[in-house]
Design a protein around this ligand. Structure first.
Ligand code: FAD
Length: 391
């Protein structure tokens, strides 16, 4: 029989890898548990009512026409027998397995913040009901209210995401509830595109947004969802709306397959994305430890392509190629104000490292027309990537 590949997770990483394998004539089965995909990319605009959740939502029909798609949850992996067990008890045999399960939120990391607390204080870090809930809470917030937003320490899904969210919430407050304020609590002192964000905040939202870095007591030590209180070691904040983005780890199936280390993420060989812990299993997307590459949809898509080629080469008995991968992340600071960071990465000393001089950020002193153009690029990229992945 021809070699079989199973891919778990039809998100930006897994669906891309499966499409490439199918296009390469490989016998591939893609396993996805969700009813439909709700994209996180662009979902900060939903949080502040600039777009609807429908614009984020994709069905799997086109994927199902392009390849063999199994709508089930992968519940266990036997890496010795090379089988994936599905929710209905059936098993899929594989020669190579690719895991792209995304993230699991760590409800054990912030005292008081568990799955029930997320109903009162949404994370909205997995798009869907949580995104809509946070949008509803913001819309219903009283005039002059306080929004508290907390960002976790590295690593986590979408490094600039909390700051884009803070920016768009500040824009929402400025235009809709001008007496309200936003407090951004951060468990670190530096963040992605920081100079660009801070310059934009000073210009657009000078009195609206208070940023509290780790050094000033930004780490959340406890939350009380019933009283809507967020505590740090330094202060106590009473919130009208609280968005807590907790620390994360690789999606659960990665741990069940034995692919996670003590960090909760998956160490991989940067040339092939094969797990350093379990032979025959590759891990891509947010779940993987990809060195300097951020956890983004753009990265997951690039990794899906490189990993698929590495699997095709391995099945044919060929040596893997030495890959180059690209990431670009756009963020909106306001609806017509976009900024970006780009990087090129290659395997170096066992990790994916930045190719020196190959990336960069938007210019700090760009005119408004350039910011508006970048906002349009962000939307263009979103349309392109979602069509590429979901058809
Ligand atoms: P996912 O896209 O989460 O896909 C994982 C899939 O696996 C899911 O469909 C899930 O249902 C499925 N799955 C998991 N476990 C199982 C199982 N056991 N069995 C079956 N199926 C399973 N990135 C960008 O590039 N640009 C942006 O502008 C951007 N903005 C963002 C804004 C926000 C607010 C957030 C939270 C994220 C943003 N991101 C952005 C990051 C991006 O969403 C993620 O990096 C990306 O989704 C990672 O892809 P993935 O394939 O690893 O995981």
């Amino acid at each position: 029989t021809p070699p079989r590949v199973v891919v778990v997770g039809a998100g930006f990483g897994g669906a891309t890898a499966a499409r490439c394998l199918a296009a390469g004539g490989i016998d591939v089965t893609l396993v996805e548990a969700a009813e439909r995909y709700v994209a996180c990319t662009g979902s900060n605009a939903v949080v502040v009512g600039l777009r609807g959740i429908a614009a984020q939502t994709f069905g799997y029909d086109a994927l199902g026409r392009a390849l063999r798609l199994v709508r089930a949850s992968a519940d266990a992996v036997d890496p010795v027998a090379r089988r994936v067990r599905l929710g209905d008890g059936t098993a899929l045999a594989y020669d190579r397995l690719i895991l792209s399960p995304g993230i699991e939120l760590r409800f054990d990391a912030v005292p008081g913040y568990d799955a029930a607390a997320a109903e009162a204080m949404p994370h909205a870090w997995k798009a869907g009901e949580q995104t809509v809930l946070l949008a509803q809470q913001l819309a219903a917030m009283p005039e002059g209210g306080t929004v508290v937003l907390s960002a976790p320490a590295n690593p986590y899904r979408c490094p600039p995401g909390p700051y884009e969210r803070a920016s768009l919430i500040a824009h929402f407050l400025k235009t809709r509830k001008p007496r309200a304020k936003l407090i951004l609590l951060d468990a670190k002192d530096t963040f992605s595109k920081q100079k660009l964000f801070e310059a934009a905040w000073a210009k657009l939202y000078p009195d609206m947004l208070e940023y509290v870095p780790l050094a000033a007591g930004g780490q959340v030590s406890e939350v009380d969802p019933a009283a809507m209180i967020v505590r740090t070691d330094f202060a106590e904040y009473k919130a009208d709306v609280a968005c807590i983005i907790p620390p994360q780890r690789a999606g659960r199936i990665a741990a069940l397959a034995g692919c996670t280390d003590r960090s909760g993420w998956c160490p991989i060989d940067p040339v092939t994305f094969e797990s350093r812990l379990v032979p025959g299993i590759h891990v891509i997307g947010d779940a993987a430890i990809a060195g300097a590459m951020p956890k983004s949809a753009f990265s997951a898509n690039a990794q899906g392509k490189v990993c698929a080629q590495a699997v095709i080469d391995a099945l044919a008995g060929r040596d893997p190629q030495d890959p180059r991968l690209i990431n670009t992340c756009w963020s909106l600071v306001a609806p017509d104000y976009g900024i970006s960071i780009a990087g090129v990465f290659r395997p170096t000393n066992g990790l994916l490292a930045d190719v020196p001089g190959a990336g960069g950020i938007s210019p700090l002193d760009a005119p408004e027309a350039v910011r508006a153009q970048e906002a349009a690029y962000a939307e263009g990229w979103y349309r392109t990537i979602t069509r590429d992945v979901f058809g």
